[in-house]
Ligand binder design. Structure first.
Ligand code: NAP
Length: 250
C-alpha cells in the first residue's frame, strides 16, 4: 500500500481503458473527479439527474483532445424505481460489457436540525438518496463489476459519518450507514478481488459545503480538484488489494 493516499501521484495514463461510473458527476467533487479520471484515460459514465448540467460536463471532456468521450446516465436517485436502475445497468452492459469503477458520490445534505425537530419526511428523503440508492445501484451493477479484472467501488463518507455531531441529523446517520454498507460489501467480496472502500472528502469548496456553512470564508477551503488523490489511488492499479478501509482525503 502507498504510504499515504492523500499524497498519491500517478502517471497520465493511470486509468487508460477503465470504465468508471461517477454518481453526482454534474457538480462539485463528482464533476472534478469525472474530469480528472477522463484526463487519465478512463471512459467515464457521468451520472446525474440534470441533463443540462451533465451535458456541460460532457462538453468540457469532449473538448479535450486525446481523451475518451464520456457517456451520460440520467437517473434521479430520489424517484428512481427498479426499472430505472435496470435500464441504467443494461445500457452500460450494451455499451461496455463491464464496469471497472463505481464511485458513489451523489448525496444531499437535508437540513441542520436536532433529532427532536427533524422532519420525518426529510429524514426518509436523505436516507433514500444517500443510502438506499447506493445499495440499489451497487446491487444492479455487481454483475458488470464482476466482469472486470480489477473492480473498485468507492462510497463517499463524511467526518460526521465517523463521529456523530449535533444537528447533522439524517445526513450524519446516512454516512454512518454508508461506512457500514462499504464494510459489509468489502467482507462479502474479500476473496473475489473486488475492492470496496470509503472516502471522507473533508471540508471542500462546493455548493453542499456552502449550504452547510453559509458564513464561512470559502477561500480557506480546498477545491474539489485538490482532494482527488485517494480516489485515483483506489480506482487505479496501485490500489489493488486494498479493501474494507475508510480514508480521509485531507
Ligand atoms: P454537491 O456539489 O452538492 O454535489 C452533489 C451531487 O449529487 C450533484 O451532482 C447532484 O446533482 C447530485 N445529486 C444530488 N441529489 C441527487 C439525486 N436525487 N439524483 C441524482 N443526483 C443527485 O456536493 P459535494 O460537496 O460535491 O458532495 C459530494 C459528496 O461528498 C457527497 O456525498 C457529500 O456528502 C460528500 N461530502 C462533501 C463534503 C464537502 O465539504 N463538500 C464533505 C464531506 C462529504 P445536481 O447537480 O443535479 O444537484
Amino acid at each position: 500500500m502507498t504510504s499515504d493516499p492523500r499524497h498519491y501521484t500517478c502517471g497520465e495514463d493511470l486509468l487508460r481503458d477503465r470504465i468508471i461510473l461517477v454518481t453526482g458527476a454534474s457538480d462539485g467533487i463528482g464533476k472534478a473527479l469525472a474530469l480528472r479520471t477522463a484526463e487519465l484515460g478512463a471512459r467515464i459514465i457521468l451520472h446525474g439527474r440534470s441533463v443540462p448540467k451533465l451535458e456541460k460536463v460532457y462538453d468540457q471532456i469532449a473538448a479535450r483532445k486525446n481523451i475518451p468521450r464520456p457517456s451520460i446516465a440520467v437517473l434521479d436517485l430520489e424517484s428512481a424505481d427498479a426499472e430505472g436502475y435496470t435500464m441504467l445497468a443494461t445500457s452500460i452492459e450494451d455499451e461496455f460489457g463491464r464496469l471497472d469503477g463505481l464511485v458513489h458520490n451523489a448525496g444531499i445534505l437535508g437540513e441542520r436540525y436536532s433529532i427532536e425537530q427533524y422532519d420525518a419526511v426529510l429524514w426518509q428523503r436523505v436516507m433514500h438518496v444517500n443510502v438506499t440508492s447506493a445499495f440499489a445501484l451497487t446491487q444492479v451493477l455487481l454483475p458488470l463489476l464482476h466482469q472486470s479484472e480489477d473492480a473498485s467501488i468507492i462510497f463517499t463518507s463524511s467526518g460526521v459519518g465517523r463521529v456523530g455531531k449535533a444537528f447533522w441529523g439524517a445526513y450524519a446517520v446516512s454516512k454512518f450507514a454508508l461506512e457500514g454498507l462499504s464494510q459489509v460489501l468489502a467482507d462479502e467480496h474479500r476473496h473475489s478481488g473486488m475492492r470496496v472502500n470509503c472516502i471522507n472528502p473533508g471540508a471542500t469548496r462546493t455548493n453542499m459545503r456552502l449550504a452547510a456553512y453559509p458564513a464561512e470564508d470559502r477561500s480557506q477551503l480546498r477545491t474539489p480538484e485538490q482532494i482527488l488523490a485517494p480516489y485515483l489511488y483506489l480506482l487505479g492499479p496501485d490500489g489493488k488489494g486494498v479493501t474494507g478501509e475508510s480514508f480521509d482525503a485531507q
